[in-house]
Design a protein around this ligand. Structure first.
Ligand code: PMP
Length: 283
């Protein structure tokens, strides 16, 4: 069962209004929330970010955080096979259907849609690591908004795939920003480096957890943009995201990072992240 605009709808029977602004313009926001062992993980942080994204696009949400939580809980109850172990909830809010004009009509009424899908943790890839290709960051200048308009992300991921890599590491004029759907960290001389949380990256929930875990465990963190040269000289490179967690990159543009193996700081953070999951979903 899917949740579409206040109703529960069987899979395959949902309809989109042809003038829905999410559909026409990518005018809306979304979140992807993890479920571990049948329990929501970091729910509050995701919902806070969704309110922030909505505010930034001048969209007033008619639902309280408690009402959104109720939708998520019911979604899990109605889809026990999908939601019982490790899964994700996709929740999107479009600005709704209006006559097709670019400015925002006063009568627009947001439409909430949500579904849940089984999603295993990518444990094998986390042990082995992925390959990356450097791609110019062709997205817009408000990457801090979790917007439905994802064509830039779609294209950079596709360019990386065309180059034979798993994912894109994005740069603007030689300065690294993030990946197609995740944040990027490098390890150099025992310290973490990642782009500052400004308008050029999404302020990842996993990014913040990893920063906090690192600091709490004596690993220094520098939230400062760095260059392609710095990346290529790194001791370790990894991405963070809700679905991929702490995922190493072992090569960039066909060049091995250090010895081409998953590094010890990355492994340490993976272990700390795992403990964080366990602690969060046990309460
Ligand atoms: N950056 C981008 C561009 C993303 O789309 C995402 C989400 N998949 C992230 C970073 C990671 O954010 P989070 O850790 O909150 O999933």
């Amino acid at each position: 069962m899917l949740y579409v605009d206040g109703k529960w709808v069987e899979e395959g029977l949902a309809a989109v209004d042809p003038e829905d602004r999410g559909y026409n313009f990518g005018d809306g926001v979304y979140e992807v929330i993890r479920i571990y062992k049948g329990k929501l993980y970091m729910w509050d942080a995701h919902i806070e970010r969704m309110y922030r994204s909505a505010r930034e696009i001048k969209m007033e949400l008619p639902w309280s955080a408690a009402e959104l939580r109720e939708v998520a809980e019911q979604l899990m109850d109605k889809n026990p096979d999908e939601a019982k172990d490790d899964a994700i909830i996709y929740m999107q809010i479009s600005r709704g259907a209006t006559p097709r004009v670019h400015d925002i009509p006063a009568q627009s009424k947001p439409v909430l849609m949500a579904f849940v899908r089984k999603k295993e943790r990518p444990v094998a890839e986390q042990k082995k690591g992925l390959t990356a290709h450097l791609i110019e960051d062709v997205r817009w200048l408000r990457c801090d908004i979790k917007s439905l308009s994802l064509l830039g992300a779609v294209l950079v991921k596709e360019y990386a795939k065309d180059a034979g890599a798993h994912d894109a590491i994005l740069h603007r004029n030689g300065v690294i920003t993030e990946c197609s759907a995740s944040n990027l960290f490098v390890v150099k001389d025992g310290a973490l480096h990642t782009h500052q949380a400004d308008n050029l990256i999404l302020h990842g929930i996993t990014r913040q957890i990893v920063i906090d875990l690192a600091k709490a465990n004596g690993i220094p963190v520098h939230e400062n943009a760095f260059t392609i040269d710095f990346l290529m000289q790194a001791d370790e490179v990894f991405l963070t995201s809700t679905t991929q967690e702490v995922m190493p990159f072992v090569s960039v543009n066909g060049q091995a990072i250090a010895d081409g193996k998953v590094g010890s700081v990355t492994q340490k953070l993976q272990a700390l992240f795992e403990q964080h999951i366990d602690a969060e979903v046990l309460v």
